[in-house]
Design a protein around this ligand. Structure first.
Ligand code: FAD
Length: 319
């Protein structure tokens, strides 16, 4: 701010101002009609700015499909995870000196990764959709990590070739269409008002509807559904095998209290906006600097922040 920077809150970018046959970006147009121009544009709109990906596609600005991952949130009572990880009898109180236990699980099934993601000890499962017709679940922990639940993303890698069904209609945006398809299916299966479809882990593996679901931290609530049938088969069968392996590694992980919620679709961007390794500028639009998670250069708060610093320095060099 001391160097003359301005922050425009509630200002949505709806268009790009392109010059020199689309090879230079002179600025952006905001929803209220204002134009903001500059010598370079850092585009850091995150992985859920689907309107911006659409705008880039409409303007024929080069993007590349990249792998991402989809799956579910798995939830357990935190005392169960504590007892597994700290190797004590369930029912024993966790010694105060120990933090709520976490875990990290990963395997490879038929050339695709199956892994836990963003494990939240003593945390909550929260709604993370960006449109009313979607249900997306994500996880978070408060600093105290004192919720009675432990949750984690449990996801399978999706390669660009796995999205081929959506390619004809959506072209480069096929990965986004794949995510959206699952999100809408979750909303329909949940029955509205952000209720999420849920299934016990054991029933997911056995392929049957859960007669009842364990307690959850997800406040909009759950509807019992066949998640194994809604997920694409490529994801579902790998997830079943992966979960069984994880159950062998962590005794009790697949017990009656373990629950799955659908769907975790926003683990990372299905697209990369390419940039030169040195200048960090787009190869075709010379003063566009793609930045952060939405451009495919970060995965999480710290790496996105560091990428922001790198991009700011790149913009200074361009000046
Ligand atoms: C519930 C939840 C929990 C998470 N927990 C963790 C965690 O514990 N640790 C961790 O490392 N990561 C966590 N993440 C992921 C982390 O939030 C992201 O990796 C990170 O925020 C990405 O940063 P970014 O700057 O690239 O994008 P974002 O943070 O998504 O920022 C993009 C910004 O661009 C704005 N924008 C979008 N479109 C437009 C437009 N058209 N015009 C103007 N502005 C626009 C958006 O409003 C937003 O402010 C969590 C995410 C969620 C949803």
């Amino acid at each position: 701010m001391n160097a003359g920077g301005e922050v425009h809150f509630e200002s949505k970018v709806v268009d790009f101002i392109l010059r020199d046959g689309g090879t230079k970006m002179a600025g952006v147009v905001l929803a209220d009609g204002r134009e903001i121009t500059g010598e370079s544009v850092i585009l850091a709109t995150g992985h859920s700015a689907r309107d911006i990906y659409q705008l880039l596609a409409d303007k024929k600005i080069l993007m590349e499909q990249k792998p991402f991952a989809v799956g579910m949130r798995i939830e357990h009572p935190q005392p169960l995870i504590d007892s597994i990880q700290y190797s004590y009898e369930r029912g024993t109180e966790r010694p105060r000196i120990l933090p709520a236990a976490r875990y990290n699980l990963a395997t490879k099934i038929d050339n695709r990764g199956v892994h836990s993601f963003c494990m939240c000890p003593g945390g909550f499962i929260v709604p993370a959709a960006t449109m009313n017709d979607e249900v997306v679940v994500n996880g978070m922990s408060l600093a105290r990590r004192n919720s009675p639940f432990a949750n984690s993303g449990m996801v399978v890698t999706v390669e660009p070739e796995d999205t081929v069904k959506f390619k004809k209609e959506h072209g480069i945006l096929a990965g986004i269409a794949y995510q959206k398809d699952l999100e809408v299916k979750a909303s329909v299966a949940g029955g509205g008002k952000q209720k999420a479809p849920g299934q016990k882990v054991n029933d997911f593996i056995a392929g049957k509807l859960s007669a009842e679901l364990p307690k959850t931290s997800y406040f909009p609530g759950l509807t019992s559904c066949r998640l194994d049938e809604i997920l694409p088969h490529d994801v579902s069968y790998r997830m079943k095998i992966g979960l069984k392996k994880f159950g062998n590694q962590m005794k009790g992980y697949l017990g009656e209290e373990a629950n799955l919620l659908g769907f975790e679709t926003r683990t990372s961007s299905p697209l990369r906006i390419p940039r030169d390794e040195q200048s960090l500028t787009h190869p075709e639009v010379v003063n566009l600097i793609p930045c952060g998670e939405g451009a495919g250069y970060a995965g999480g708060i710290v790496s996105a922040a560091i990428d922001g610093l790198k991009c700011a320095e790149a913009a200074i060099v361009l000046k």
